[in-house]
Write a protein that binds this ligand. Structure first.
Ligand SMILES: Nc1ncnc2c1ncn2[C@@H]1O[C@H](COP(=O)(O)OP(=O)(O)OP(=O)(O)O)[C@@H](O)[C@H]1O
Ligand SMILES: [Mg+2]
Length: 227
């Protein structure tokens, strides 16, 4: 599905050039659930921004299903991003003044669906993440775990080819983290979702098939796990 070949990235400022990704090579197969670990500042977010078509300023090649998106226009790339990848963040990134329904519906607004098709999709995905009946609530009326489920529903609504989650359990207590991890595992096993998770937490890693360790912008370990 994904091929990264000899990826290098630098951040340039007036004084210095920072080499943030160093000769990154890896391959992601559809259906994998991968953990990326590494110290703060090691380049994890930089790497997933690149994987999620947010950042195109790098050298080397990124092939998605065999195609390079290097020459795609920004406008077309935004559309592809919206269709192909679902993002989930530590702080949920929900819109506080929108209901659960409106938050989950958002990525569909560019798709030209009728209101009834939209409603059907949103209610179906809310049910999938265990939030049946919560569509009229506002984020503040939900627990942290429920808010993260809303974010996962929003990430799933366009039936993306893969999910990227940056510290998805970082703001949750242990018990709620386990519930969210179980949901990711279930999405991976039952719905064959391809999932890439950034984490500091060994508990998260125990739910994954594969662990990639990053130090100073380089992959120092890439191993299969028995979960
Ligand atoms: N826009 C930017 N301009 C310059 N340097 C940047 C920029 N974004 C990140 N960096 C630097 O690139 C390096 C990698 O940052 P990145 O955010 O990818 O780390 P991270 O592994 O996600 O860290 P954390 O665990 O704290 O989230 C860091 O040294 C950071 O300071
Ligand atoms: Mg980060």
């Amino acid at each position: 599905m994904i091929d990264l070949v000899h990826i290098n990235k630098y951040y340039q400022n007036a004084q210095e050039s920072l080499h943030v990704l160093r000769d990154i090579n890896f391959h992601v197969n559809a259906g994998e659930m991968i953990a990326i670990m590494g110290p703060s500042g090691s380049g994890k977010s930089t790497l997933i921004n690149l994987l999620g078509f947010i950042d195109r300023k790098f050298s080397g090649s990124y092939l998605f299903e065999g195609n390079s998106l290097l020459r795609t226009s920004d406008e077309k790339l935004s559309k592809i991003r919206n269709q192909v990848v679902g993002f989930i963040f530590q702080n949920f990134s929900l819109i506080e003044n929108n209901t659960v329904f409106e938050n989950v519906e958002l990525p569909l607004l560019y798709g030209g669906l009728s209101p009834s098709e939209t409603k059907e999709k949103v209610l179906k995905v809310l049910k999938r993440v265990g939030l049946e009946g919560k569509e009229k609530k506002y984020p503040k009326q939900l627990s942290g775990g429920q808010q993260q489920r809303v974010a996962i529903a929003r990430a799933l609504i366009n039936e993306p080819k893969f999910l990227i989650a940056d510290e998805p359990t970082g703001a949750l207590d242990t018990h709620t983290s386990e519930e969210i991890l179980q949901l990711f595992k279930d999405l991976n096993e039952k719905d064959h979702a391809t999932i890439i998770l950034v984490t500091h937490d060994p508990e998260v890693v125990s739910y994954c098939h594969r662990l990639i360790q990053i130090r100073d912008g380089a992959i120092i370990e890439d191993k299969e796990l028995n979960r």
